[in-house]
Design a protein around this ligand. Structure first.
Ligand SMILES: C[S@@+](CC[C@H](N)C(=O)[O-])C[C@H]1O[C@@H](n2cnc3c(N)ncnc32)[C@H](O)[C@@H]1O
Length: 315
């Protein structure tokens, strides 16, 4: 794809070879990249498979605006929670007649989003408390931080950040209101936790993760997106999901396990031979992880976990 390289990469895709390998059996079909971002995975797939077509979807208008032109690629703004509608908008086909050969979800946020202070995702950079991946998010982080009551903030930090000091942090935020920006929020969190908790990693890391998940309703989108993706897949179609924290990975693991209930074939068999009807065949018994070399090249890959599955039935 022709793209002028920006001074800083929009995003460095993770586990690219693994993604390409897993989609090889559907290389002549249509794959939906439901988290287009900087298009790195899509670029690798289009390069590897000359007959493949890709529909890219992203919530973020920046990702769509920066998408390169390519004769086998269409990119639209949309939420993968409503994947069918997004793909219908991209292809012009009737939503209820659509079927695709592959779906890729590379969850979370892109480096571009983290690195851009105006988006408000980073506790390292002063910026507005925004954290919306796109305009479809109902509330910004500022609205949550300054308007939610202490009980709701505590629930968000405990559930989506697995934050041990959720109550102390929520109460400190409520006392300090109005909170104006990300730097102020990071300082309030740091002051609210015991000194020992400040030593290992930045104390605001979990709180920022939790707010981001709440603002973008990320886990809800993932549950809906998985259902929509599995419904859209043709028999023999493949889904690949890369997650970055245990809350996401758990949802993927459970949905795949529920879909695979019935089939007892080992993951390395090319087709199901046990005959038990199952919606899915799991292709990764354990999640794939980046190699130490990949993590050294791209430290943001370190928490990535890839799971893949194939839709049951004859192609
Ligand atoms: C980790 S990045 C993807 C990077 C991409 N694979 C690449 O190679 O550049 C995640 C992207 O998914 C988008 N995203 C996250 N949740 C989404 C959702 N529910 N619907 C659509 N896009 C979403 C984000 O805006 C972000 O651009």
């Amino acid at each position: 794809m022709d793209q002028t390289p920006p001074s800083r990469p929009f995003h460095v895709p993770v586990l690219v070879d693994e993604v390409v390998r897993l989609f090889a059996p559907v290389a002549e079909g249509l794959i939906v990249d439901g988290t287009f971002g900087g298009g790195g995975h899509t670029e690798a797939l289009l390069r590897a498979f000359p007959a493949l077509r890709v529909v890219g979807v992203d919530r973020d208008p920046d990702a769509v605006a920066r998408a390169p032109r390519h004769p086998r690629l269409v990119v639209v703004r949309g939420n993968f929670a409503r994947l069918r509608a997004a793909v219908a908008a991209a292809t012009g086909e009737a939503a209820d007649e659509l079927a695709v050969d592959g779906v890729l979800l590379d969850l979370g946020i892109s480096s571009h989003q983290v690195d851009e202070p105006a988006r408000g995702f980073s506790f390292h950079r002063a910026g507005p408390l925004d954290m919306r991946m796109g305009p479809d998010a109902a509330r910004s982080a500022a609205e949550l931080v300054n308007e939610a009551d202490a009980a709701e903030l505590r629930r968000i930090f405990a559930t989506f950040g697995e934050e041990r000091y959720a109550r102390r942090i929520a109460e400190a935020i409520v006392r300090a209101r109005p909170v104006h920006d990300t730097a102020e929020l990071a300082a309030i969190v740091a002051a609210a936790v015991p000194a020992a908790a400040r030593r290992a990693r930045h104390p605001a890391r979990r709180v920022f993760q939790a707010l981001r998940i709440a603002v973008n309703a990320e886990l809800d989108a993932l549950e809906r997106g998985l259902d929509e993706a599995l419904e859209l897949l043709r028999p023999g179609g493949r889904i690949v999901v890369i997650s970055y924290h245990s809350l996401e990975d758990r949802i993927v693991k459970r949905r795949f396990a529920a879909g695979a209930a019935g089939c007892s074939c080992p993951p390395d068999l090319p087709v199901c031979v046990c005959g038990a009807p199952a919606e899915l065949r799991i292709l990764t018994r354990r999640p794939l992880r980046p190699s130490p070399e990949e993590i050294a090249r791209n430290p943001r890959a370190r928490s990535a976990r890839l799971r893949a599955a194939e839709k049951g039935g004859a192609r």
